[in-house]
Each structure stands twice: as structure tokens, then as C-alpha cells.
Design a protein around this ligand. Structure first.
Ligand SMILES: Nc1ncnc2c1ncn2[C@@H]1O[C@H](COP(=O)(O)OP(=O)(O)OP(=O)(O)O)[C@@H](O)[C@H]1O
Length: 251
């Protein structure tokens, strides 16, 4: 079966700055691929490219077997919770989800209620988002990613701001989604979480893949341990090159 996400030699430049330089990775159906890297390594940029929010400068990206640009029919099968989700804070949680579903051309048919229950927000469904805590907004972002019952799920640091119950909940959701057949691309700074959740791991260091493989191939199985994981993480970092700041752009 073709991967649900395939990136080959992806390059992204902003002005003179190359933030992704030939990145390749795959996400298989029913499997979890973890993206690791220091702040600014390029993880979110790659995820934005995979969701069609940002265009790559070069390289080949196929989402659910289809080349970019992503068509609406493909996007309807992709769920993403990226950093800083843009919600209308005056809407209720459920109202916001309904708008997003409608934009994707999908009927509600109980989806928003089910997904709010899954992320533990059923009691807050009718509250305005501006009254939500940070963790509740993060749960809503995960709900928005799940409600399309996607074949490809992209989760950028999904446990950020979540309490231990939320972290456990996300772990359960990931297991349920892969059991359903979805392929998941997830980033996190929690090394133990990534080693535990992922089938394979891709380390990005300064826009380049510095290590990749299955958790076992990389020697990060159950015996890994936090100290070993940290040692391994730092051993994969490329030496710092000179960087120059450029004006930000959206594409
Ligand atoms: N729109 C933009 N214009 C210019 N530079 C950008 C833009 N978006 C991202 N960058 C730069 O690209 C690099 C990679 O950023 P990215 O957000 O992908 O990193 P990340 O690995 O997700 O980091 P973090 O762990 O902090 O979330 C950074 O140096 C960032 O400053």
C-alpha cells in the first residue's frame, strides 16, 4: 500500500535562508512517524507543507498518493492540529467545529458531539472558546483534527499544555486512530513519549534529516531510558552553521 504521506527531497527557503534542505520521510497507514528536532529545526514547516498551508520550494510531496497542490477532496481526508490553531474565540467549541466541518464539505451527523466527548470537552461544548483554558483549546484543536475521521493525521506537539490526563488521552486517541487505519505524523519534545508511541522516527537538525528509522533500528526501544534518549538526541544534532535572519513571509 502507498504511504499516506511521502516527502522526497523537500526544500523550503525563506529569502536566503534554507529551513528544509532535502527532507525525505514516509508515513504508512496504521503507523506513527515521529518528528524530532530542536526549536527551529523545521518540523512545523514540514507539517505545514504536508497540509498544503505552505508550498515547498522544491521536492516531491504526495499526500494520500496525490501530488501537490492538495485538492479539497484530499484535504477532506487529512486532519491536522498545528501550532497556534486559529479559532474564532467568540464561537462555542461545537459551533467552531461545525464551521470547520462545513468548510471541508462534510456533514455533522453527530461527528462534533462524538469528537468533543473523545477529547473530554463534552461539558464545554456550548461554552465560548474565549472562556477555554490553554489545555482546553489544545483539546479542541485535536478534536478538529479528528472529526474528519482522517486517513492522515498530523499532530504538532499535541500534548503541549495538556495535563497528565490529557497526555494519556492523546496516547489513547493515537492508538485508536492507528487501529482504524490512519497514518500519523507527530512532533514532540517529549522524547520518551515519542519513543513509546512511534513506529518510526525522523530527526531533523537544521532542516536536514540527521537520523531516521524504526524505534528498534535506532536502538530506542523499551530499554532506552530518558538519559539514553537525551544522549541519542544530542548525538544526532548537526553542528551549528551561521544563520542570518530574514523577513518572514507566509509562503
Ligand atoms: N514564514 C516564515 N518566514 C521566515 N522564516 C520562517 C517562517 N516560518 C518558519 N521560519 C523559520 O524556519 C525555521 C524552522 O521553523 P519551524 O517552525 O518549522 O521549526 P520547528 O522545528 O517546528 O520548531 P519548534 O520546535 O520551535 O516548534 C525557523 O528558523 C523559523 O524561524
Amino acid at each position: 500500500m502507498a504511504p499516506v504521506l511521502s516527502c522526497r527531497g523537500v526544500v523550503k527557503t525563506y529569502g536566503k535562508r534554507t529551513v528544509l534542505d532535502g527532507v525525505s520521510l514516509s508515513v504508512e497507514a496504521g503507523q506513527v512517524t515521529g518528528l524530532l528536532g530542536l526549536n527551529g529545526a523545521g518540523k512545523t514547516t514540514l507539517m505545514r507543507i504536508a497540509t498544503g498551508l505552505v508550498a515547498p520550494t522544491a521536492g516531491n510531496v504526495r499526500v494520500l498518493g496525490q501530488a501537490l497542490p492538495i485538492r479539497p477532496a484530499v484535504l477532506a481526508r487529512v486532519g491536522a492540529a498545528l501550532d497556534a490553531p486559529a479559532f474564532y474565540r467568540w464561537m462555542t467549541g461545537q459551533g467552531m467545529l461545525r464551521v470547520l466541518l462545513d468548510t471541508a464539505g462534510l456533514p455533522d451527523e453527530g461527528r462534533t458531539t462524538r469528537v468533543l466527548e473523545r477529547v473530554g470537552l463534552a461539558d464545554a461544548a456550548d461554552r465560548r472558546i474565549r472562556t477555554y483554558s490553554q489545555g482546553m483549546r489544545q483539546r479542541l484543536a485535536i478534536a478538529a483534527a479528528l472529526m474528519k475521521e482522517p486517513d492522515l493525521l498530523i499532530l504538532d506537539e499535541p500534548t503541549n499544555g495538556l495535563d497528565p490526563a490529557g497526555v494519556r488521552l492523546v496516547r489513547g486517541i493515537i492508538a485508536e486512530e492507528t487501529a482504524r487505519g490512519a497514518g500519523i505524523l507527530i512532533s514532540s519534545h517529549q522524547l520518551d513519549e515519542i519513543a513509546r508511541l512511534c513506529d518510526s522516527i525522523v530527526m531533523i537538525s537544521q532542516g536536514v534529516v540527521s537520523a531516521s528509522g524504526t524505534v528498534d533500528q535506532l536502538g530506542l526501544g523499551a530499554a532506552g531510558g530518558q538519559q539514553n534518549l537525551e544522549d541519542w538526541f544530542f548525538a544526532q544534532q548537526r553542528p551549528m552553521a551561521g544563520t542570518s535572519a530574514v523577513e518572514g513571509t507566509d509562503r
